[in-house]
Design a protein around this ligand. Structure first.
Ligand SMILES: Cc1ncc(COP(=O)(O)O)c(C=O)c1O
Length: 481
């Protein structure tokens, strides 16, 4: 099959991950010993990433805290990578809270977000974590618990949603989380009743969107809500804007643009299908026209991570007439952020061994790996990028489908045909890079009693790199500490 260069989506790789990929024989031995799939994490990198967010605070002369959204990855090594620095952790379950406490975080560096059951609330309150409340019911439960068991007062934030735009309407997507801004007064009434046990530290939002405008509207809405709370005699001091600053996954902008253009052409029948059964990622052809919307993550992003946050803070509020950073500064508000994906950028990869290569009757090459679509869940998150085939060898590029080890018709690691530099052979490795944010263990399960990946941590050592089991990593490993 002829492979066109416009179908390549080369991943962005840098830092220690590049050095790791440069030693395929060593990786092969590791997979031999520990099994496929195998996750590799880079704890030093998450600490460096956290410092980049911190530097941005200095640029805008803001004070506040960065909390790593733990849900992005279960690794202990990544949490260890942060514990010696100044970053906190955002935990969304009792298990995550116990995990960070065991690694060495004190409660005052933790914020508890998301839906919470009684045990989670109890431990969060007990260790002095900030409780970012999701509902009035949760606040009432917390107040009753603290009144009975202490210690009071517990610092709380209120997660808001449903921000109304003054002037030109900006779509603010509905969320099942948080308290609608129109219910703020009722929540303040409740906090009024429980002033002895709950202390309103601030207001928050988290929006699952890449749109800066939508986030700016929400931040502005929080600032206005802070004002309302102060008018009621509360003294909130922090605004928490959640995460969602994003990652750039691809090395080349034109590859991304070409690929998405060609996908539309393929769906319209203008070229051979590029996806399994002409899957359209949200697009479909109807009477010669493309309908729907391309529902994929913008894998190539000029502005992501700290630069995205910079853009948000530099956004001029149309109704308040100044940048959002200036408004925070003028009010002496602290800024809290909870990046997950953004902090894990270049912090890990997942290795999978090639088990079988076969050609179907209609000429499609199917490459089956010892891993499945839950082990590398990029497709779930609609992130399109090619894996790296190891070892590098001369050959002719080939378009293949990557299938998994589950006895399920739709167990494809990706539903698009990926272009590899040569035909793979059993025993080769595929490295899926930049999987540390949500793709390596968020969805991993034991379906069909297949093994889930072990995780190892790599760190700089003796001019190269060394590795250890995830749970054995601590920041004193290696010679860069
Ligand atoms: C409350 C909250 N904060 C932070 C995050 C992290 O978002 P991201 O990984 O996109 O930065 C999430 C993700 O779901 C979240 O629910």
């Amino acid at each position: 099959m002829r492979v066109e260069p416009e179908l390549i989506l080369e991943p962005m790789v840098d830092g220690l991950l590049s050095d790791v990929l440069a030693e395929p024989e060593r990786l092969s031995t590791m997979v031999e010993a520990l099994g496929s799939p195998l996750n590799v994490v880079v704890p030093e990198r998450i600490a460096e990433n956290a410092e980049k967010y911190r530097a941005l605070y200095q640029t805008h002369r803001l004070r506040g805290r960065t909390y790593f959204a733990h849900k992005a990855n279960r690794s202990s090594a990544l949490i260890h990578g942060l514990v010696a620095g100044r970053c906190g952790v955002d935990v969304s379950s009792l298990g995550e809270l116990r995990h960070v406490l065991a690694v060495g975080f004190t409660g005052d560096r933790v914020i508890a977000t998301g839906p919470k059951d009684a045990e989670f609330l109890w431990l969060a309150a007990r260790v002095g974590a900030v409780v970012n409340a999701d509902s009035r019911e949760e606040l009432a439960e917390l107040a009753a618990m603290v009144a009975r068991f202490g210690p009071a007062p517990v610092p709380v934030m209120i997660r808001l949603s449903g921000f109304d735009s003054p002037g030109v309407p900006i779509l603010s997507r509905p969320s099942r989380f948080g308290i609608h801004t129109r219910e703020l007064d009722a929540v303040l009434d409740l906090l009024d009743e429980h002033r002895d046990v709950l202390h309103l530290l601030g207001l928050s939002y988290h929006l699952d969107t890449t749109g800066v405008e939508e986030k700016a509207l929400a931040l502005e809405g929080c600032l206005l809500a802070m004002h309302r709370a102060r008018n009621r005699g509360f003294t909130p001091t922090a605004v928490d804007i959640g995460g969602g600053f994003g990652v750039n996954y691809l090395a080349d902008r034109s590859q991304w643009e070409n690929y998405t253009t060609e996908l539309g052409i393929a769906l319209l029948g203008g070229r051979p299908p590029m996806t399994w059964q002409n899957h359209g990622y949200g697009l479909r052809a109807e009477a010669g026209t493309l309908r729907g919307a391309l529902g994929v993550y913008p894998a190539y992003r000029e502005v992501s991570g700290p630069r995205y946050l910079d853009e948000l803070l530099s956004w001029e509020s149309p109704s308040l007439g100044r940048t959002l950073a200036t408004l925070l500064l003028e009010n002496l508000y602290e800024l809290y952020i909870e990046p997950g994906r953004g902090l894990t950028d270049q912090c890990g990869l997942t290795l999978a061994r090639v088990v079988e290569v076969r050609t179907t009757l209609n000429g499609e090459v199917l490459v089956r790996v010892a891993a499945n679509s839950h082990d590398v869940s990029t497709e779930d998150h609609a992130v399109l990028m090619d894996p790296v085939l190891l070892p590098e060898r001369p050959g002719t590029p080939v378009g293949v489908y990557l299938t998994g080890n589950l006895c399920l018709e739709d167990d494809f690691l990706t539903r698009r045909r990926v272009t590899l530099p040569r035909e793979p052979a059993p025993g080769d490795l595929l490295a899926f890079v930049n999987t540390a944010g949500y793709f390596m263990d968020f969805a991993a399960d034991h379906a069909l009693m297949q093994p889930i990946a072990h995780t190892v941590a790599v760190y700089r050592d003796a001019g190269g790199w060394s590795w250890c089991l995830d749970e054995q990593y601590w920041p004193g490993k290696g010679d860069s500490s």
